[in-house]
Structure formats: C-alpha cells, structure tokens
Design a protein around this ligand. Structure first.
Ligand code: 2BA
Length: 110
C-alpha cells in the first residue's frame, strides 16, 4: 500500500472527494494553509493499493485545475529603512495538485 498526500485547491476539493469516493478510494480530508499564499487549501490523505495508484493520480489530474492567483508578495527593499518591508502584487500559478506518494509500512484498523 502507498499513501498519497494530495494538496489541492479548495475549489476542486468537493468534486475530487466525490469522484474518489465513487471509485471506492478511502479518503481523509484536511483543511490546510499554503505557506506561500497563506491561503486555505485542502490536503487529502489516500491509502491506496499499489495497483490503483495510477488510477487515483489520473482522477486527481482530471479534476484539479491550475489557476492564476494574485498575491501581495512581501520583500525587503534596499532603499527602505532597514527592517521595513514593501508589498507588491505578484501573479502565481497554483495547482492543479501537489502530490507526495509514500510507502506505507503497515496499514492497521484496530
Ligand atoms: P502555497 O505555499 O500557498 O503556494 C501557492 C503557489 O504559490 C504555489 O503553487 C506556487 O505557484 C507559488 N509559490 C510557492 N512558493 C513560492 C515562492 N517561494 N516563490 C514564488 N512562488 C511561489 P503550487 O506549487 O501549485 O503549490 C500549491 C500548494 O501546495 C502550496 O501552497 C503548498 O500548500 C503546497 N506545496 C507545494 N509545494 C510543496 C512542498 N514542496 N512541500 C509541501 N507543500 C507544498
């Protein structure tokens, strides 16, 4: 068995959860926050048999869309007094999904 950790955008999470459940995958949904945008995103934990890994990844790829998002990036600027920061708008492309696939040593329900 493998554990897929999938970080997805909140907008895609409900549809993705439904599709995965329909196909019989076990899923846990966590409300998370991205470190860069400091905005909400969703992390799904899926325990998946090895022969269904590519099926799970295919569903995630199909549902999760990449989107452009504006953020006020904060940076130090040389001609501003030391310790002061300026914010400027910056466009980032978020997602489809960020996936980690880990080996599971043991899967127990006790
Ligand atoms: P955030 O950290 O909020 O990042 C949102 C998007 O901002 C990223 O999209 C990327 O396009 C951009 N970004 C992130 N760090 C950046 C930086 N230092 N400079 C410029 N742009 C930057 P994604 O790459 O699609 O990532 C979406 C979310 O997936 C991330 O939200 C984070 O929650 C998670 N993530 C991505 N890579 C990760 C990693 N290596 N480890 C853990 N979580 C990760």
């Amino acid at each position: 068995m493998k554990l897929i950790i999938a970080i997805v955008q909140d907008e895609d999470s409900s549809k993705l959860l439904s599709k995965l459940m329909q196909k019989g995958f076990g899923v846990t949904k966590l409300a998370t926050t991205g470190g860069f945008l400091r905005a909400g995103n969703t992390t799904l934990l899926l325990g998946v048999d090895e022969d269904r890994i590519s099926e799970a990844i295919h569903i995630i790829e199909t549902v999760c869309k990449s989107r452009k998002q504006m953020t006020a990036a904060t940076t130090g600027i040389n001609n501003i007094t030391h310790g002061e920061y300026a914010a400027f708008p910056m466009e980032v492309t978020v997602g489809g999904a960020t996936l980690f696939v880990l080996n599971v040593e043991q899967f127990l329900k006790v």
